[in-house]
Ligand binder design. Structure first.
Ligand code: GTB
Length: 215
């Protein structure tokens, strides 16, 4: 049976593939698995039934082979562990690719989220313009270090891996993308990721579903 992913019935990202199910959809497309989707309204996210799948009432959740899993990074790791092609074969390379997954969600993403929430929720406060400049600088420092680590390699750890999926999904977020002109190697890395047929297929599918659902 195909895995089921819980997704927004009508994503607020308007089909731009910025919601957290995108990494899961992309990983599944990379390994040639077509998911079934469980579209949920915001009200349905808060039901006990969904919280049994995702304790915080969020998307995505993943169900397959009797396993119910939440957290996009954990789901992508599970997919990578159960299909060839998304983690290096050697033990150390695999550990490093997983480290990049953690780096994406716990080192780069928090700074990006801080910037997004400040712009979204504190946009009218007198201190906000200065705070946004400070947050942009924090993102800049992370991007500069990421560019140094990537150097002239196409992917973060050997061949394309789950680490790249998670990192590129963070780089796609608007505060990062806005600064990528300052980091041409990362802009090229992001473009390489988005050009992958699996990314293209997963992106097109979520966009088509958003268009159909939003009328
Ligand atoms: N750490 C969790 C994971 O990676 O799985 C975070 C999951 C998460 O934040 N899910 C969000 C959610 O379900 C959707 S992705 N929110 C509903 C809620 O909390 O009630 C975050 C998101 C939402 C909208 C946009 N957008 O409109 O562009 C982008 C990203």
């Amino acid at each position: 049976m195909n895995p089921i992913i819980s997704v927004f019935a009508v994503s607020p990202d308007r089909g731009s593939g910025l919601a957290r199910d995108m990494a899961v959809r992309w990983a599944l497309a990379e390994v040639g698995v077509t998911p079934e989707l469980r579209p949920l309204s915001f009200a349905e996210l808060q039901t006990p039934e969904h919280k049994a799948r995702q304790p915080f009432g969020q998307i995505p959740a993943y169900e397959a082979d009797g396993l119910t899993l939440f957290e996009s990074g954990a789901i992508v790791l599970h997919i990578a562990e159960n299909h060839p092609g998304l983690l290096p074969a050697d033990r150390h390379g695999r550990a490093r690719a997983i480290a990049w997954m953690f780096a994406a969600v716990s080192t780069l993403e928090p700074v990006v989220l801080d910037r997004e929430y400040t712009a979204m929720l504190e946009g009218d406060r007198p201190w906000t313009p200065e705070r946004l400049l400070m947050l942009d600088d924090r993102i800049r420092r992370r991007l500069a270090d990421l560019a140094t680590a990537l150097a002239d390699r196409p992917w973060l750890e050997g061949d394309f891996s789950a680490g790249d999926i998670m990192m590129i999904c963070v780089l796609r977020r608007p505060p990062c993308r806005a600064l990528l002109a300052e980091q041409p190697a990362l802009a090229a890395y992001l473009a390489r990721g988005e050009a992958r047929p699996a990314f293209q297929a997963a992106f097109a599918d979520q966009l088509a579903r958003w268009q159909a659902a939003s009328g």
